[in-house]
Write a protein that binds this ligand. Sequence first.
Ligand code: HEC
Ligand code: HEC
Ligand code: HEC
Ligand code: HEC
Length: 375
Amino acid sequence: MHRYAANDPIWRLANNYLQSSTSGRLGKACFQCHAGTAFVSDNTKPTFEFSELPDLVREGVTCDFCHVLRPPFVTTDQHIQYTLSPGKTKYGTLGNPVPAGVHEHGYEASYDRSEVCRQCHDLIMNHVPVEITVTEWQNSPWGAMSVECQKCHMSTYSGTAAAGGPVRENLHRHDFVGADVAMTDFPNKPEQRAAVDSMLKNAVTMTFDAPASAAVNDSLNVAIHVYNDKTGHNVPTSVFFFRQMWIEVTVFNGTDTVYRSGYLDANGDLMDNNSALRKNEDRDLTIFGGTLYKNGEESNVFELDSLVNNSIPPFATRTGNYGFRIPRAGTWSVGVRLLFRPFGPYLFRALGGEEYIAELPIFEMQTAGSVIDVR
Ligand code: HEC
Ligand code: HEC
Ligand code: HEC
Ligand code: HEC
């Protein structure tokens, strides 16, 4: 996804939107991590269409940028402090590199550790920890066990590191699969979606408690537990305030549905505070995202003084509770799904990017079901 960082329409829309809502105070802040080369070489624009950006900028987080990063890697507090050694030498962990005449090789042990990801994946704004994936990881058992980011996001394979080089056993995949998908033309789009789907299916474990039998009109409760047993940081992490991960529950008998939560309104939005049509009508909705605030009002990454984060830390469980009554006897099914999408349609509408809504996928992370025998 690093190549997409400065091709992502939502990044452009958010930059342009914030630039006008802050009367230009945003400066080149959004280029810092999404297009580092542009940032350090002052090749940025306050607001832009992609066609106006040089190719160098649209290459996003490039090979050349990552492979000249040097320590110290410190958490970003609004203004990123890169230590770069631009030039002929590219740094990495490859042992015994073969001289190819294209560039020189420098050994830098941190490339095998989470540290090298920190500057872009750990962001504090106005003293509020906003996108702190590396800190979440560091404070978890994964950090304590030194299961680095690379272990899950750069799986190893054998092959050649460069055309004509020797076969090596310990090369690293560079797709950096996460939770985001390309919304515009991009190489291997179907494969990328399939990889995200598989990542999300292997992120958490869902279990649930429901009664097996009941009397007509009993007050019933279903409790659904989501356990973050496989992800090295919170789920969702980073831009958790945009991500939507939620539980869908349906109690039905054939076509007769007596209860549901986690459904979408006619705009495709969840019926929480962001619904334009049925605001907060889904009272039981469990969504693992969050909200940023400034002076008690909902705000954005650039201007905030507090936040609510409902994501699930590593090895923690969060539970959604659903209360209902079943008014008719019969064998009723309880269907449960844990769903995920990178963004809700409301965000695209707010930023003026309606044309991308149709591209939004919904990933099914987990499913479960049971029956209640009602007499
Ligand atoms: C400290 C580095 C950093 C800065 C500064 C930064 N971002 Fe990001 N941004 C990231 C990272 C890392 C991700 C990927 C996080 C993820 O996928 O969860 C990201 C993801 C995003 C996304 C979601 C794209 C996706 O993955 O689906 C948007 C939108 C976004 N950023 C907008 C902005 C805007 C607007 C600004 C300027 C206010 C900004 N970013 C500044 C690091 C940064
Ligand atoms: C034990 C495996 C594991 C480790 C270690 C790990 N991740 Fe992840 N990561 C995942 C899984 C699974 C997902 C998909 C679930 C999710 O979106 O949170 C993911 C998702 C992400 C995302 C997209 C998240 C989102 O919701 O937008 C980013 C960004 C990310 N990881 C960065 C990192 C960084 C940086 C590190 C090191 C500090 C790291 N990961 C360590 C397994 C891991
Ligand atoms: C987001 C940062 C990042 C970007 C972008 C990136 N790399 Fe890497 N690359 C790494 C890291 C980190 C490692 C080392 C992983 C390890 O040792 O655990 C690595 C390893 C390598 C290696 C050593 C062999 C291997 O697979 O371990 C080569 C060669 C390489 N990268 C080339 C490239 C090229 C070419 C590009 C652009 C197409 C690129 N990298 C883009 C971070 C990056
Ligand atoms: C120079 C800044 C930079 C560095 C260094 C960097 N990243 Fe990223 N990374 C980003 C940005 C920006 C994005 C968001 C791209 C997008 O979706 O628009 C991103 C996206 C990702 C994603 C995909 C997230 C998603 O939701 O799909 C993963 C996974 C990830 N990075 C892991 C890593 C790991 C692991 C490292 C260290 C080896 C690393 N990154 C180093 C800036 C960086």
